[in-house]
Design a protein around this ligand. Structure first.
Ligand code: SAM
Length: 403
């Protein structure tokens, strides 16, 4: 008898192949053999009021749960209260996702791009539900899969789910930033949690010729997956940012705290407000362009947010359309649309005058041909890490981390 999930799993695989995310027979077979619902028995969905849990054991919501589980969406499977203590409309605390099952098409594109072959040994950072560890176990055999998560409960649950499918990869609880040297070295290290730079332990635990796939993330620009290779004769990794957008939750140092320490940096602004003018028309700042955001993240240390919208203009004492940029040290700049003698008013406060960096970045972005993130790359070794534009010999390079 056909179960209620089999046709849905087949439909998901068809969506991934038809969408061009999945093409090699090895990965098509792995996805088709891995029922996602086993790894996501409960998921948390956001409603206009707050949150709801969908469970496979609840007959009233089972069909809704199955539709979500077999959709090409990421699924939140664990969350914790936000440190700011805000409430959502239902009166519950605002929550931050701390574990999820990655969007299947993103997982498929990453695995396809990762050049995984028979006989390789792989370390996954961020076990989460165990779904990706199951895909890897199917592809490589569970004896060559090692997966680590900071949350021991998640590791335990993932172990039971993997065992249901007959897999017993090596699972560990701990900080993935340290890798898992005792089970290495590895041909491949894949991180399903985001980092502002490449933890050096990953480079050290990689075999010569090995590769790292990780989401390099800042607060302004996140969807940057880099594929870094270690040469056969050196101990550094180098490689491009891939033309695959993919945004993961942060790799965080503390299991009980859903935030990275920098996210809790004071947002209060310090220092005096200065009022100047700019000849960069705020209307021309490409606030939604991934390449511009990435370049600004590189140029403006600790850049936090960039948006277009109404802001209070202290000169006219009214709201005006503006472009606002903020940084984690409390610096903030607003440039208002509308001209005065051909220039636009800027209000800046906090320890740094960060509009100046928006201006120089805009010039540079145009000079470089308005590049997408995949025109950049990364080098990491024991002593240095930087992002480059074009190639690693380029004059255009920026030190990491991104935050
Ligand atoms: C997007 S989820 C991983 C999805 C998972 N690969 C799957 O297939 O379900 C990110 C995971 O990273 C874990 N994580 C966060 N910080 C970590 C750290 N420092 N070390 C290891 N894992 C960490 C979280 O607990 C979370 O489970």
């Amino acid at each position: 008898m056909t179960t209620d999930w089999e046709p849905r799993l087949a439909a998901l695989v068809a969506t991934l192949t038809d969408g061009g995310h999945l093409h090699s027979s090895e990965w098509v077979t792995a996805f088709a053999a891995t029922p996602r619902h086993v790894f996501t028995p409960e998921i948390i969905i956001t409603t206009p009021d707050g949150y709801r849990v969908l469970s496979g054991d609840d007959s009233a919501s089972r069909q809704e749960w199955l539709s979500a589980v077999y959709s090409d969406e990421s699924l939140v499977t664990q969350d914790k209260p936000h440190a700011a203590g805000h409430l959502v409309p239902s009166g519950e605390p605002l929550r931050v996702p701390t574990s999820s099952s990655t969007m299947p098409s993103l997982m498929a594109r990453m695995l396809e791009a990762f050049d995984i072959d028979d006989g390789m040994r792989i370390l996954e950072i961020g076990t989460g539900t165990g779904y990706n560890a199951a895909l890897l176990s199917h592809r490589l055999g569970d004896g060559d899969v090692v997966s680590i998560d900071i949350d021991p409960c998640l590791v335990d649950q993932a172990g039971h789910r993997l065992a249901q499918l007959g897999y017993t990869p090596t699972l560990r609880a701990g900080d993935g930033a340290d890798g898992a040297a005792e089970h290495g070295p590895y041909d491949r290290i894949i991180a399903t949690a985001a980092v502002p730079d490449i933890p050096i332990a990953w480079v050290q635990q990689l075999k010569p010729g090995g590769k790292i796939l990780a989401n390099l993330r800042g607060d302004l620009a996140g969807g940057t997956l880099c594929l870094l290779s270690r040469g056969h004769d050196d101990d550094e990794v180098i490689g491009p940012i891939l033309p695959i957008g993919g945004n993961f939750m942060w790799l965080r140092p503390n299991v009980d705290d859903p935030h990275r320490p920098h996210e809790l940096a004071p947002v209060t602004q310090r220092g005096t407000t200065s009022r100047t003018t700019t000849n960069l028309d705020p209307a021309e700042v490409p606030v939604d362009d991934a390449g511009f955001r990435f370049l600004l993240q590189l140029q403006l240390h600790a850049a936090q947010a960039l948006w277009r919208g109404p802001a209070f203009d202290p000169v006219t004492r009214t709201e005006h359309d503006a472009v606002t940029v903020t940084a984690a040290d409390g610096s903030r700049a607003e440039a208002f649309t509308g001209q005065e003698n051909g220039r636009h008013r800027v209000s800046q406060t906090g320890p740094r005058r960060i509009w100046d960096t928006v201006e120089t970045t805009h010039h540079l972005w145009r000079d470089l041909g308005q590049p997408a993130p995949d025109k950049f790359g990364v080098v990491a070794n024991d002593s240095t890490q930087f992002a480059w534009f074009g190639n690693d010999d380029s004059w255009h390079r920026w030190p990491l981390p991104l935050i």
